[in-house]
Design a protein around this ligand. Structure first.
Ligand SMILES: Cc1cc2nc3c(=O)[nH]c(=O)nc-3n(C[C@H](O)[C@H](O)[C@H](O)COP(=O)(O)OP(=O)(O)OC[C@H]3O[C@@H](n4cnc5c(N)ncnc54)[C@H](O)[C@@H]3O)c2cc1C
Length: 312
């Protein structure tokens, strides 16, 4: 219940233009500023530096250029051009070729056909360079259209891409069957959005139970699953299911967010598992940052301590 209330609260706060302006001024200003714990930087160069440090320690990564819900086709075009530039920068830097993006960033909320065209441009640039493109899942009002677009492009032969399913949504068991039948790679998450009771479990316990049951199906029937969670119970369960069904550690991967449970990230890597870190960067970091606070209000104490430290 608290989890839901805190998600709703931070969702509301994330829409405050005043706080956004304030946070933008201080959150990333210095190397020790509070948002840097969760955001790799504002530029692609800073993100590449962060990735190099992760890769040197044995992690893989997926880069996310922050931004969502653009309001015009011009902004969507600009976001698409940004992604094309990021692909080139990654190739030049020689780091792992894996990107996560959001369809509303490419214009889904403005015009579906344009968003599809934009995604196709990214996929076309990415394919010959050997990239994998993960389409993040946004709030439930976008679930069906996101999966539809994914399926359409899959049918057209684009195979270097994957989707995300959220255990918070009732529909996800059906969607998992649908994606498994396609042969698509699925990242399983609990879900970061504040969803209505008409479509989503409201109690954390129920979201966790659903995660456990989807995990079982994904690991035994899925295609190179990505188990994206910091929940030690779910991670232990994944290890057990994999062990029981002889799913070798190179047949799936754990995924975690940059700056979250770094202890667990290291432990899993040390235990011989593949661990991919989701590395967000860019100037539009405020809504992403607010979602991380909503998941764990204790992070607010971390932010306040950092601010107090900086003002000394
Ligand atoms: C790689 C990756 C990609 C994701 N992509 C999407 C996506 O496309 N769409 C989407 O809706 N959601 C996405 N998420 C977010 C996800 O839905 C959850 O909101 C988030 O991962 C928190 O849930 P949890 O599974 O870690 O479990 P929880 O039960 O929420 O947390 C378990 C434990 O993890 C730690 N923890 C969790 N969150 C935080 C935090 N913010 N700060 C510090 N500690 C924390 C705490 O110790 C907590 O007790 C993604 C998550 C990951 C890891």
């Amino acid at each position: 219940m608290l989890g839901r209330a805190s998600k709703a609260f931070f969702h509301l706060v994330s829409q405050s233009a005043f706080l956004k302006q304030l946070a933008s001024r201080y959150g990333m200003a210095r190397p020790t500023s509070f948002a840097r714990r969760f955001i790799a930087g504002e530029t692609v160069g800073e993100a590449i530096d962060a990735v190099r440090a992760l890769e040197a320690r044995g992690f893989t990564q997926t880069l996310d250029h922050l931004g969502e819900s653009v309001a015009s086709l011009d902004e969507a075009d600009a976001a698409t051009r940004d992604y094309l530039g990021i692909i080139d920068a990654i190739v030049e830097a020689g780091i792992g070729r894996n990107i996560s993006l959001k369809l509303t960033q490419l214009g889904l909320g403005v015009d579906k056909a344009s968003a599809i065209d934009n995604l196709r441009k990214v996929l076309e640039r990415a394919e010959p360079a050997g990239f994998f493109i993960r389409i993040d899942m946004e709030s439930s009002s976008h679930t069906e259209v996101t999966l539809d677009i994914f399926e359409t492009l899959w049918e057209q032969g684009y195979r270097h891409m994957g989707v995300v399913l959220q255990s918070a949504l009732w529909r996800s068991a059906q969607d998992l069957k649908r994606m498994n039948a396609l042969g698509a790679r699925v990242r399983l998450v609990k879900g970061a959005y504040n969803e209505p009771k008409s479509v989503a479990y409201q109690r954390k316990k129920d979201v966790d139970t659903a995660y456990a049951s989807l995990l079982q199906i994904l690991l035994t029937e899925g295609h190179y699953p990505a188990i994206a969670t910091h929940d030690p119970e779910m991670i232990e369960l994944a290890r057990r299911i994999a062990g029981d069904h002889a799913v070798l550690p190179d047949r799936f991967e754990f995924q975690m967010l940059y700056g979250v449970r770094r202890d667990l990230q290291r432990t899993l890597l040390g235990g011989g598992y593949r661990v991919r870190i989701y590395v967000p960067f860019g100037r539009e970091w405020f809504p992403y940052f607010m979602r991380r606070l909503g998941e764990r209000p204790a992070n607010l104490a971390f932010v306040l301590r950092s601010i107090a430290g900086e003002s000394r």
